[in-house]
Design a protein around this ligand. Structure first.
Ligand code: SF4
Ligand code: SF4
Length: 194
């Protein structure tokens, strides 16, 4: 009898929890059975939305040098770009000799594979959280450089994005420091009197 009541209680608690925080939802509605919430559908940190370009806050310019690597590797050939000489390099303010002049992605053809992000050596492109860009006409969602930078900038702000190469360097320095400390501990233990 007691065990049956316990089982019933577990079922009731999980049902109430499911009503308050549903695991699935009717897209694009957000909210619960207790009320509609007028806010975008939340996504998880690891969610891969449309690709977007990142902004280098230190130099105040895009990270992208328009090197064409991502464009050559894109399986659907939906990207194009043109580079130009970087005026900030001439002024001694930037290390980038070349910089992106124009960039376009035809998001209708993008399959969100993330290859462009994998192959970029300059931290210049991310899979953003943007996913609500549907349109009624074919080829309507072609995004240009300003729009790609705007989506990327929003993603950087909202996620506290750190350039992957910087993050890798910080992690390597941390591991080196830990390794040094461990060696010092071992050496100190070896010199202690028995
Ligand atoms: S996003 Fe990266 S790989 Fe693509 S053109 Fe720009 S710098 Fe090159
Ligand atoms: S996510 Fe894949 S398909 Fe989309 S632009 Fe990047 S490489 Fe191309």
């Amino acid at each position: 009898m007691l065990n049956s009541l316990k089982g019933l209680l577990v079922t009731l608690v999980s049902t109430m929890k499911g009503l308050r925080e549903p695991v699935t939802r009717q897209y694009p509605d957000s909210g619960t059975v207790f009320g509609h919430e007028d806010k975008p559908t939340p996504v998880k940190d690891r969610f891969m939305g449309f690709p977007a370009l990142t902004w280098d806050e230190n130099v105040n310019e895009p990270f992208c040098t328009s090197c064409m690597v991502c464009i050559r590797q894109c399986p659907t050939q939906c990207m194009s770009s043109v580079m130009k000489d970087n005026p900030l390099h001439a002024e001694g303010k930037s290390d980038r000799r070349k910089i992106v002049d124009t960039f376009e992605i035809n998001l209708n053809r993008c399959i969100l594979c993330g290859i462009c992000v994998e192959v970029c050596n300059f931290d210049a492109i991310v899979m953003s959280h943007e996913h609500e860009m549907s349109a009624f006409t074919r080829n309507a969602v072609r995004v240009d450089l300003p729009e790609l930078l705007e989506i990327g900038h929003k993603f950087q702000r909202e996620t506290g994005w750190i350039p992957p190469t910087q993050r890798a360097k910080a992690q390597a320095a941390q591991s080196a420091q830990k390794g040094g400390e461990a060696k010092a501990d071992t050496a100190a233990a070896g010199t202690e009197p028995q």
